[in-house]
Design a protein around this ligand. Sequence first.
Ligand code: URA
Length: 422
Amino acid sequence: YTAVELIRAKRDGHRLTDAAIGWLIAAYTDGQIADEQMAAMAMAIYFRGMDDRELATWTRAMIATGSRMDFATLNRPTVDKHSTGGVGDKITLPLVPLVAACGAAVPQLSGRGLGHTGGTLDKLESIPGWRAHLSNAEMLAQLSDLGAVICAAGSGLAPADQKLYALRDVTATVESIPLIASSIMSKKIAEGAASLVLDVKAGSGAFMKEVDAARELAGRMVELGKAAGVQTVAVLTDMSTPLGRTVGNALEVREAVEVLAGGGPDDVVQLTLALATEMVSLAGLDTDPAQILSSGKAMDVWRRMIRAQGGDCDAALPTARFTDDVRASTAGVVTAMDAMAIGVASWRLGAGRARQGDSVQATAGIELLVRPGDRVDAGTPLLRLHTDTPGTFAAAREALTDAIVIGSDPPATRPLIIDRIR
Ligand code: URA
């Protein structure tokens, strides 16, 4: 094969054979195919898509570029969850210790934030001392001891995806259903958990703005999981408004700890319990996550999990040196709080990175002081911006220009959980 011939075939709407896909992925991973050629291929796939067979082969080829983890020695059922990414999505933090406290082992290999979406590792690194990198042996030991680990995915897991994702990020080819499905599922299948719950987001703050596109993405990921022998269920959830009341690293950890302590915003609690219920059921366990959460057992696992990775649970979380409130210009009812705009503003305040490898501010982010449906007067504070670099306030405010809509009638209530696909 040559890369040019395969790019041309995909560009012209032909399907790629199993052998061609296998060659392409392997050759790209070991540097025989140049980035510009793979970028052209990604763009051709963006426009032409992949059929089910191509997608399954592509995903398998990405898995084959790396190693797979094996949890057969654990004495607990393994189950994981993955979110397609959103704004204020801190659900992993309370969910992993909760499901572990229910009796499962949750090997959560996470990533960092890029662009407007946050990353679980960035959030946890706001806890003094906490470290993201564990060896495989440390990870296995923590899983058999506590059932809960959240750590950085090593470079051995689907290395083709690490390369390809970075390339897609700079070539406007992230938003392709087959490329997202194969990217996520190659990592999750290689991770080796027996079951998987996918939280597929739809709305302004998600990759998929429309519910129908999110539903298609969910369906294709579920099929890939099942074909690889992983029991997979997807839950379709709303991401038009940020989850909870905080966006940003330390701010989100604070909210996650509130949930573990039995409080926290209703939507965060609801989604945590819904995903935990799916995970516990796939794991074949007969425990009630709501009861485990209120018993305090999930908080115990959280504290042990953070401590096992060097974190100090009793140290105060860092707080920003500067805050600035965005206020309502008129009286009325809050009808929309745009997740994308709030995510972009939080990123500009310093919570996110523009390039891989940049550092992030633990303290930067946004507190939502109101939620859709709340009544406000002119001058009521709506959002509190947090940062250590006050020069970023102007850019954050600019991103927020049309983010909050105040109207005369309460908004139609949107269900948080839209559908379930299995
Ligand atoms: N998350 C991933 O891991 N890959 C994608 O393509 C999109 C989101």
